[in-house]
Each structure stands twice: as structure tokens, then as C-alpha cells.
Design a protein. Structure first.
Length: 331
């Protein structure tokens, strides 16, 4: 385990950062930490009002905040919203933190007909990253994509025959699948960048350990279970680290050298808390055939086709259709 903390972030004046789901929890604390060292952070939030409340709270509680913060609407459950966010982005992008997520909720569907956990946690970020590749390539230095996963990915399996839980649904299995998809995506993105000879964009994956955030209460609230909400609150109080410390792996993965294709998480007790370190993810996460298949399915579902090119050509993500033709994989 390292002794790295957010205090070790370098000076980042002029660095442009996007953090999805930045209105609370880990995303909010990452935004705070980036802005403290001068980065200009865009809080990409489903609710602009809650994003503005987060900015106001950060500004109220920080004595010195050289970085600028702005809020832009982004609903990862709606591919049209993802497209609008990316189309509205101007200029280069240095760091993209794919942080937003939902956890262990009853089965619902996104605007485009995807199971919500798979649709928000994986497909929304897959589409967003592809659409922002031009902006990432335009960075003056090495741009970084950091995708937030979870230790729960170790329980996950990609069920290509029932990706959206239409035949059988378990909220924790669906969450684990979506988090495994995050790791597979992060690794496959790096492999495809390497294969195209692109060295000015790198991809890393992280997990926060057990951090006390709003994420844990949303599942019980969606079920209408006050008992489960109280039990989760008690567990957070006993075992979880703070959201501030839960943001450390993502911050480390965003700025550390030589983390391309790496998996970063807390190095303390049971990898649930502590300073960040490079770790090994589950065996399934290194299955390149599964990662390649998931990539193609994700491209088909979202209509976003990553067009990787070398340094002498443009890199872009093009829209094959306004929305995905189907909410289920053809496989």
C-alpha cells in the first residue's frame, strides 16, 4: 500500500476535467480535490440543481479554490442526453472520470430500453467516452480516461444471452455484471488505443473500496424498505471510509504515471479502505475475448462506433443511429 492521499495531487492549473455523477459522494469529493489544485472541473450531473448545490457547498467550505467549477446536464440513462453533452463540449479535455453509477436497485429500464444498472454504469459511459475521444485527443499532454468500478465486479459475469435481465433479474447480479463491464471496458479501451498507436490517451480503472455515499441508500429507497436503509446506514457508519477517502483511487488513477491499463483500489484492510495502490482485478476481467465481444455489443446497442486512428489521422466516435435499434444483444 502506498501513502498517497489527495494532498499529493500535482498543481493542475489549466487542466480540464469532467466528473460524471459529481453532485454527491465520491464525484463531489473528487471535484473538490481537483479544484483545490487549480483544475477546471465540469460536474456532469443528471440534476443541474443538485450539481449547483454541490458547487455552492464546495465553495462555502473551502478557503482557497483556484480551479473553476461548472455544471452541465448529463443523464447517462438517455443516449440523447449523452450525445447532447458531448456535442456541446468545446475544446480539449484532459481527464474524463466515468464515476456515476447506480447500485442494487429493482429492475427498471433506461430511456433507451436498457436495464438501468447496465445502461447507466456501463453503456452510458461507453457512449460518452467514445463521443469525447476527439476532445481527449486534443489535449496538449496525455489525456486520461478513468472508469470507476467496484470490488463487487469479482462476483460478476457477462450474460450475453440476457444482458438486460429480461428473463431473470437479481439486483446484485445485475450490479456485479455492470461493474465487471466497467473493468472489461477500461482494459479493452487501452488495448485498442495501443493497437492504433495512440499514446496521447490512456485508460485506467479504479474502485473506491467501501465508501459511505448516497449510493448505498438508493437501492433500499427504491424498494421502499426503511429497515434496509437503516441497516445500510449503520453498516456505513461501522465499516466504511469517508467519501473523501473513497475518491483517492480515482484521483490517483487520474494523475499517476504508468497506470495505463491498470486497476487501482484502496490497499488497506480487505482492499476496502486506505491509500490507493495498483491491484489485480478478477480473472474474468482479463478475458480479452469477452471484452472484445462486449465492446461490439455495446457499440451496437448505443450506436456509437469508436473509429480508432493513429497519430496522423483523426479519431472520432460516429453515431450509427439516433438511438440503439435494440435493447438486447443479438447474441
Amino acid at each position: 500500500m502506498t501513502d498517497w492521499t489527495a494532498a499529493d495531487l500535482p498543481e493542475m492549473t489549466g487542466t480540464r476535467v469532467v466528473v460524471t455523477g459529481a453532485n454527491s459522494g465520491i464525484g463531489k469529493e473528487a471535484t473538490r480535490a481537483f479544484a483545490r489544485v487549480g483544475a477546471d472541473v465540469t460536474l456532469a450531473c443528471r440534476s443541474v440543481d443538485r450539481g449547483e448545490e454541490a458547487v455552492a457547498d464546495i465553495e462555502r467550505t473551502e478557503s482557497r479554490l483556484p480551479g473553476e467549477m461548472q455544471v452541465q446536464e448529463l443523464d447517462l440513462a438517455d443516449l440523447d442526453s449523452v450525445a447532447a453533452f458531448a456535442d456541446g463540449w468545446e475544446g480539449p479535455l484532459d481527464i474524463l472520470c466515468n464515476n456515476a453509477g447506480v447500485m442494487a436497485i429493482p429492475r427498471t429500464e433506461t430511456h433507451d430500453g436498457f436495464e438501468t444498472q447496465f445502461g447507466v454504469n456501463h453503456l452510458g459511459h461507453f457512449a460518452l467516452t467514445g463521443r469525447l475521444l476527439d476532445a481527449l485527443r486534443a489535449s496538449d499532454g496525455e489525456a486520461r480516461v478513468v472508469t470507476q468500478s467496484s470490488a463487487v465486479h469479482e462476483r460478476g459475469d457477462i450474460d450475453f444471452d440476457d444482458l438486460h435481465g429480461e428473463r431473470s433479474y437479481d439486483k446484485w447480479e445485475a450490479y456485479a455484471q455492470s461493474k465487471l463491464a466497467n473493468v472489461l471496458f477500461g482494459y479493452e479501451l487501452q488495448r485498442r488505443l495501443d493497437a492504433a498507436g495512440i499514446d496521447d490517451v490512456t485508460s485506467a480503472v479504479c474502485h473506491p473500496g467501501w465508501a459511505a455515499t448516497n449510493l448505498q441508500r438508493r437501492g433500499p429507497e427504491a424498494e421502499g424498505s426503511e429497515l434496509k436503509r437503516l441497516l445500510m446506514k449503520a453498516a456505513n457508519g461501522l465499516f466504511a471510509q469517508s467519501a473523501e477517502r473513497g475518491a483517492w483511487p480515482m484521483l490517483y488513477a487520474a494523475v499517476a504515471d504508468d497506470v495505463a491499463g491498470e486497476y487501482v483500489g484502496p490497499g488497506g484492510f480487505m482492499n476496502a479502505r486506505g491509500a490507493p495502490e495498483r491491484q489485480r482485478s478478477s480473472e474474468r476481467s482479463y478475458d480479452e475475448a469477452t471484452a472484445a465481444r462486449l465492446w461490439e455489443v455495446s457499440s451496437d446497442l448505443t450506436g456509437v462506433d469508436y473509429e480508432f486512428a493513429g497519430d496522423d489521422a483523426d479519431t472520432a466516435a460516429t453515431d450509427e443511429s439516433d438511438t440503439a435499434d435494440s435493447a438486447t444483444a443479438d447474441d
